[in-house]
Design a protein around this ligand. Structure first.
Ligand SMILES: Nc1ncnc2c1ncn2[C@@H]1O[C@H](COP(=O)(O)OP(=O)(O)OP(=O)(O)O)[C@@H](O)[C@H]1O
Ligand SMILES: [Mg+2]
Length: 246
């Protein structure tokens, strides 16, 4: 089932074409990564998908219906976490429920319980400034999934973290998805990191330089959790690097 369809999306600023033509589909319970050169318009594309920025051509559909504004079925995870420093961690997570009709008590309970799932028990009432980067992004992820969205959009969610922390959090995300601790949803992730894309994705959309087109969509069919040292994994890394360089 198609959850999000990006259909011939174009974007230009004044007369300068940034996104020339991009189409791909995020299917039910599939993980799609979008990889491309710096400045090719990846963040802009994700904002268009989220309904935050209007495309100048084409359209984005959510279950067949055109997206024209942010909708509660789709959540967003930011590169720089996007936490509000004046709110406690649990209050930050509760922001993810602001579009839902639910008592304050229930919002608190759900937020507490998701923080626990993300390994942050004991930090509910402290503030983001006491957390490490990895913990902050766990709060960011918790806030995004607490509403049980149908789709999750992530803009380079691991790239502000050091490599060890990023590795651990990626592995944890895979584990939580496999164990169904996060309701299995469709995901679209922007990344610069080829290995990260292969570790997580079912499909990798490889973009060109500006004006941006889809060079190729590569399907990754390896069992999870994926072994980064396996021959198939390394072959996939070579394949994506080659397509990016073409
Ligand atoms: N207001 C603006 N005026 C002119 N150009 C802009 C404006 N906003 C964005 N751009 C250009 O649009 C392009 C796409 O920006 P965007 O941030 O979406 O790219 P990106 O692929 O996410 O980059 P990065 O890899 O650095 O995250 C960039 O080349 C940028 O220079
Ligand atoms: Mg960007």
């Amino acid at each position: 089932m198609d959850i999000i369809s990006v259909d011939n999306v174009k974007y230009s600023i004044k007369d300068a074409a940034i996104i020339d033509n991009v189409s791909f589909i995020a299917r039910k319970e599939k993980f799609v990564s979008v990889i491309g050169p710096s400045g090719c318009g990846k963040s802009t594309l994700l904002r268009i998908i989220a309904g935050l920025v209007p495309a100048t051509g084409g359209r984005v559909l959510f279950k067949g219906k055109k997206i024209t504004e942010p909708i509660r079925e789709i959540s967003f995870v930011f590169q720089d976490f996007g936490l509000l420093p004046w709110l406690s961690n649990v209050e930050n997570v509760k922001l993810g429920l602001s579009m839902l009709k639910m008592s304050n008590e229930e919002k608190t309970q759900r937020s507490m319980s998701i923080l626990k799932n993300f390994g942050l028990e004991g930090f509910e009432n402290s503030y983001p400034n006491v957390l490490s980067g990895g913990m902050k992004q766990r709060v960011g992820l918790a806030r995004a999934v607490v509403s049980e969205p149908v789709a999750l959009l992530m803009d380079e969610p691991f790239s502000s973290l050091d490599e060890l922390t990023a590795n651990a959090l990626r592995a944890e995300l895979v584990r939580m998805l496999l164990d169904k601790k996060i309701a299995v949803i469709s995901m679209i992730m922007i990344t610069h990191n080829i290995e990260e894309a292969i570790e997580l994705s079912d499909d990798i959309v490889v973009l060109s330089n500006k004006p941006t087109k889809v060079k190729k969509i590569v399907h990754i069919d390896l069992e999870r959790p994926r072994d980064k040292r396996s021959k198939q994994f390394l072959d996939a890394v070579d394949n994506i690097s080659r397509i990016l360089k073409l």
